[in-house]
Design a protein. Sequence first.
Lengths: 116, 111
Amino acid sequence: GAVVSQHPSWVICKSGTSVKIECRSLDFQATTMFWYRQFPKQSLMLMATSNEGSKATYEQGVEKDKFLINHASLTLSTLTVTSAHPEDSSFYICSARDRGGSSPLHFGNGTRLTVT
Amino acid sequence: QKEVEQDPGPLSVPEGAIVSLNCTYSNSAFQYFMWYRQYSRKGPELLMYTYSSGNKEDGRFTAQVDKSSKYISLFIRDSQPSDSATYLCAILTGGGNKLTFGTGTQLKVEL
């Protein structure tokens, strides 16, 4: 089945630094990837939709200058959390669709970010 | 009213029990229905995907959709301790791009 790889699986960084998270579709091409954030015991909240070769579309309330998304190829999207603060500590999960239309999303294993 | 409602649980059942997990939704434009399983500190794993009313079976799992009632269910037969996880329903509009998730139901299957 479709595999989405996310790296790193966990990261600890100091307040004020930036962190980059990678999301790769391993056995399919993904024109669209999605970035979610999940707080403990809560559901996934969509942050942004990443389109290959164009600017990402951010959900309301998500700061695009803080969460930089780059979808440089059909198999790679990156999320950079800039000038991280402790309140950015969360579980970040990417997903991708292996075909257009309404095929289901496949998710990476998430990145746990802790900002100290 | 949320677009997708799901009982957060937690739900605790003995091993071997039949588990019923449910979601209701309000938007009749929703056409595609998915169930994901999420273990602690992992990403969601796709379990079932369906787009029509009725039942779809895969091993011990059965997904049921009733579009007239806007109600979807996931049944787990012969539940195992390894089924202990959070189960999320997710729904998509036809031609849409954005999944709408339920809050997830935490399930614990006890020996």
